[in-house]
Design a binder for this molecule. Structure first.
Ligand SMILES: Nc1ncnc2c1ncn2[C@@H]1O[C@H](COP(=O)(O)OP(=O)(O)O)[C@@H](O)[C@H]1O
Ligand SMILES: [Mg+2]
Length: 262
């Protein structure tokens, strides 16, 4: 238990979040190992997005703590999370459609040189670094000079993931990354998640698609009404069991899950 290799790259302990009278999360624990893909499932309103926004520095928890490599951290903004190697890919992509691929990858973080407070953006350097990074992740585009709006949904999602991982990310959090994609593009994004794993990056994947969860995750945890409900290694569970968890049923009662109203 105390071996250094067992230290999670990211850990949440007893996280609660209240929005006025609404309890979005209550005492939630989460742990992620390097190179692990953790699926997070739960019904609408279960608290998945709120938890991810806390882990990525967008929201502050009402209670509980976050640890990176076993060390407590306090995120006041996504920039703080970024500095700790934690990146989030948002559901709505958040790419600038009218800008080129390499510009999107570096948006606001261009490699450049600073002279007396003035940063000169190194375009050639940005292009080269972006192309190398896409190559590393086996993301194929015609040119890094293409505008993002010319790309398919799947390619845009790949660019969003490339953006999230361009700066030595240790953890990438993805909230429904395949929800808006055509079926033939889903596999490509999932394969990209596998490649991040091969690079030792930990991934948290929120998804309601059991196909995605069972294709790419090592472990799955379910939230129900803002609390930890169940979790298991993928090898030790089944689609029906996980679907049961989403609906708030466990064990033998899973077979009756279809009787519940979602
Ligand atoms: N900014 C907010 N203000 C008030 N309530 C919120 C806010 N964000 C989320 N909630 C509430 O928190 C609960 C969890 O929401 P969310 O994390 O979005 O769930 P999920 O992503 O699992 O669908 C819901 O009851 C939702 O209405
Ligand atoms: Mg959500």
């Amino acid at each position: 238990m105390n071996q250094p290799s067992a230290t999670p790259i990211l850990q949440a302990r007893g996280i609660s979040k209240y929005f006025g009278a609404v309890t979005a999360l209550e005492g939630v624990d989460l742990s992620l190992a390097p190179g692990e893909v953790l699926g997070v499932v739960g019904d609408n309103g279960a608290g998945k997005s709120t938890l991810m926004k806390i882990l990525s520095g967008l929201f502050r928890p009402s209670d509980g703590e976050i640890l990176v490599n076993g060390r407590p951290v306090h995120f006041h903004s996504p920039r703080d999370a970024h500095r700790n190697g934690i990146e989030m890919v948002y559901q709505d992509l958040a790419l600038a459609g009218n800008m080129r691929i390499f510009e999107n990858i570096f948006l606001g973080r261009e490699p450049g040189r600073t002279f007396g407070g003035l940063t000169l953006i190194d375009q050639a350097g940005s292009r080269r670094l972006a192309a190398e990074h896409l190559e590393r992740l086996q993301i194929h585009v015609k040119s890094v000079d293409q505008n993002v709006e010319e790309l398919s949904g799947g390619q845009q999602q790949a660019v969003a993931i490339a953006r999230a991982t361009a700066f030595a990310a240790k953890v990438v959090i993805m909230d429904e990354p395949t929800a808006a994609l055509a079926i033939k593009e889903v596999g490509k994004v999932l394969d990209l998640i596998r490649r991040l794993k091969d690079h030792g990056v930990g991934v948290i994947l929120i998804s309601h698609r059991m196909d995605d969860v069972f294709y790419v995750c090592d472990r799955v945890m379910a939230l129900f009404h803002g609390r930890n409900f169940a979790e298991a290694r993928l090898a030790d569970t089944s689609r029906n069991e996980v679907i049961g968890w989403i609906m708030g049923t466990k064990g033998h009662s899973t077979a009756l899950a279809h009787d519940k109203v979602i």
